[in-house]
Design a binder for this molecule. Sequence first.
Ligand SMILES: Cc1ncc(COP(=O)(O)O)c(C=O)c1O
Length: 394
Amino acid sequence: MGSIAKLAKRALETEAPVMVKIQELLRGATDVMSLAQGVVYWQPPEAALSKVEQIIREPSVSKYGADDGLPELREALLQKLHKENKLTKSSVMVTAGANQAFVNIVLTLCDAGDSVVMFAPYYFNSYMSFQMTGVTDILVGASNPKTLHPDVDWLEKVLKGNGPIPKLVTVVNPGNPSGAFIPKPMLQKISDLCKTAGAWLLVDNTYEYFMYDGMEHYCLEDDHIVNLFSFSKAYGMMGWRVGYIAYPSEVDGFHAQLLKVQDNIPICASIIGQYLALYSLEAGPEWIRERVKDLVKNRELLVEAMSPLGEDNVRGGEGAIYLWAKLPDNCSDDYEVVRWLANKHGVAVIPGSASGGPGFLRVSFGGLKEADTRLAAERLRQGLQQLVTDGMVQ
Ligand SMILES: Cc1ncc(COP(=O)(O)O)c(C=O)c1O
């Protein structure tokens, strides 16, 4: 049927989604526990779900809403941004999740052919968003192998070099897949370099509440900075598809151009989802932190499970819901390791290659309750032990 030549090069040349690849890889494997997908195990706040139940028949829920988002949700978000994130000069647009927010920003700020900067290991969907919008000159900087922090010296050379200045630099803080948290002075330095060079800085704060060991999240604000947020993990709202963009109010034309993109992709985020987001905000950050603090035990169980790889080879986990682990040197085919762990040991993880980190694995500690994490951790420990001592025996 037809020819592949009729399909867009932009799409053809974009990576395949890693979760789809994993599903294919796991086809036929039975009884697999997942430490793969970046999800949390909890449901949205009960009171918020009950309120939503009561309004589903209201006609406004089934109509289109304002492109920017429900006015009452935007107002609540502006207050939240002000109070919690100390963002006082930002405007807000509600999107169908942070992924759509990312695409909106790329389409608003970048032209096909522009160069952009990411740091490996990077969030795979961001990489795909650049590729599929024609922004194919993706400069990938390294991260420090110990801290997993971006290589700022490299960035400085790129931004002060003779080549074309990248249009946009992006980081995830705390990181996916690294689980590393960029300290404020470092992000400030990145921001200053971007500002001087005339580049945008896009910060994905999807995991703003997922902070451990007393560390506190922060945001930066300036006319060259865009911040993204998500309701997905914080409030267990993955399927409701609500995120938002905090963008600089003072930049001429920003809103007008962003609105064009928004109007042509979702028109507006799902209205019922936006109501659930509004009601969930009433539960507030304490509700989220109550749940996040339980993840510390999951993280501990999984760090222990990965000890066969050697202590120095398991990093991250300062924030977000991820650990980033280096496989033994003779295991460069991380997809094969993932397939083997699923088939032989009944546990699924993500191959580092999907994030520009071949020879690594990403392990998520958010998707299972403690009892299940314990079971999955035991499978992972046995698998990694066998991998290290005997290799991928069938
Ligand atoms: C860094 C990061 N950004 C964005 C997303 C997607 O979030 P949403 O569900 O709000 O689109 C994820 C989900 O895993 C993520 O890890």
